[in-house]
Design a protein around this ligand. Structure first.
Ligand code: NAP
Length: 262
């Protein structure tokens, strides 16, 4: 049975860069997202350039029934998933009480519930086979509270803690769990979150999705528990763990607020 890496949110940004980096290393891929046009052309291009098998499946991960359909199809198919990349995600920026509830719910469904469900379903198959790897995409936002993006930061703290816990649980079943905590990365994320893109572009922390993906695939090969690309981001993560909590709250809010205002 051929083996595949399944990547969610592979139609743009980091997911697309991960798909390319993995295809370059000869991995067959199953790409998951909502946009057919994007997935179709990415699948075609990667298959041609790297001679790997690239499938795609459309799935709105904010809808539990659609995830059931995807999982059912994966069960029926003859594909062994030996790498799951839970990358799909979105952010809500601005004052929490001003947010549209539908968008908040979508964020939590995708960032938290869909990721957890895919780990549960696909992790079970990996554990039965006694091997496999899971990469969950959190963020440097996971290391501190984030006023003006409170629910997004909290969703990423969940991903970080869940992944670390799962890593210990699944170690003895032969499944390796890693978590990626990127800092600001050039992608459609900020515009979709309603953030001030021009202010962010000039940030020294900003990295390209390709750079982050390359660092990540190398770290996956070494089975690193927590992957934080870039020394500035590592320093940021460390300082928010060392500084007093009240100070971290205040500074985080001061840093985040200008980017969340139009
Ligand atoms: N960019 C950053 O600075 C940054 C920093 C830290 C962490 N991250 C995390 O990195 C991950 C990737 O983000 P990105 O920066 O690459 O942003 P992006 O370019 O906006 O990509 C988001 C991806 O998620 C997919 N997606 C969104 N909602 C979905 C849904 N309901 N169902 C299925 N797929 C959905 C999108 O595909 P469709 O629209 O085709 O469905 C797209 O492929 C996210 O988890 C994000 O939180 C990003």
């Amino acid at each position: 049975m051929p083996s595949y890496a399944l990547i969610t949110g592979a139609s743009s940004g980091l997911g697309l860069a991960m798909a390319e980096a993995l295809a370059r290393r000869g991995r067959n891929l199953i790409l998951v997202a909502r946009r057919r046009d994007a997935l179709e052309s990415i699948a075609c291009e990667l298959a041609q350039r790297f001679g790997v098998d690239v499938l795609f499946r459309l799935c709105d991960l904010s809808e539990p029934l659609r995830i059931s359909g995807l999982l059912h199809e994966l069960e029926q198919g003859q594909w062994r998933i030996d790498l799951l990349v839970n990358n799909a995600g979105l952010g809500c920026a601005g004052a929490f009480l001003e947010q549209d509830w539908g968008r908040e719910q979508e964020q939590l469904e995708v960032n938290v519930l869909a990721l957890t469900r895919l780990c549960h379903a696909i992790g079970q198959h990996m554990a039965e086979r006694g091997g496999g790897q899971i990469l969950n995409v959190a963020s440097v936002a996971a290391f501190q509270p984030g006023p003006w993006m409170s629910s997004y930061y909290a969703s990423k703290a969940y991903v970080l803690h869940f992944s670390e816990g799962l890593r210990e649980e699944l170690r003895q079943r032969g499944v390796r769990v890693c978590v990626l905590c990127p800092g600001p990365t050039r992608s459609a994320f900020f515009r979709a979150a309603g953030m001030n893109v021009s202010r962010l572009e000039s940030s020294k922390l900003m990295m390209s999705a390709e750079e982050v993906a390359l660092i990540t695939v190398r770290a996956l090969e070494k089975n690193r528990a927590i992957i934080i690309p870039g020394w500035r981001n590592r320093l940021l993560a460390l300082s928010s763990r060392l500084a007093p909590r009240w100070l971290v709250r205040k500074l985080s809010g001061r840093l985040t607020r200008p980017f969340t205002q139009g």
